[in-house]
Design a protein. Structure first.
Length: 91
């Protein structure tokens, strides 16, 4: 398995960083490092996340990383990181 970040997910990381950095740069950096590293645990167990049935037949799942929700899709041998946001965001 390999991990691939979509452009939307990378934009989400940038947006979250830009939101956090004026408040506390150290926390912003630590949070981004945690979020970017989180998908590595999916390599050993890609189906650990809750399956989101509304996307069937696609295999879209979600995991929580602290206060952040990360959605990803499993396709053959690739895990695509789709989106990322804070759970308090209005989605």
């Amino acid at each position: 398995m390999k991990i691939t970040w979509t452009n939307k997910a990378l934009s989400d990381v940038e947006r979250l960083y830009e939101f956090l950095v004026p408040k506390n740069k150290t926390i912003a950096i630590q949070t981004m490092q945690t979020l970017i590293a989180a998908p590595k645990r999916l390599l050993n167990n890609p189906r650990i996340g809750k399956k989101l049935e509304e996307f069937a037949p696609r295999e879209v799942r979600r995991i929580l990383v602290g206060n952040y929700e990360m959605r990803y899709e499993i396709r053959k041998t690739t895990i695509y990181i789709l989106r990322l946001w804070h759970t308090k965001e209005n989605r």
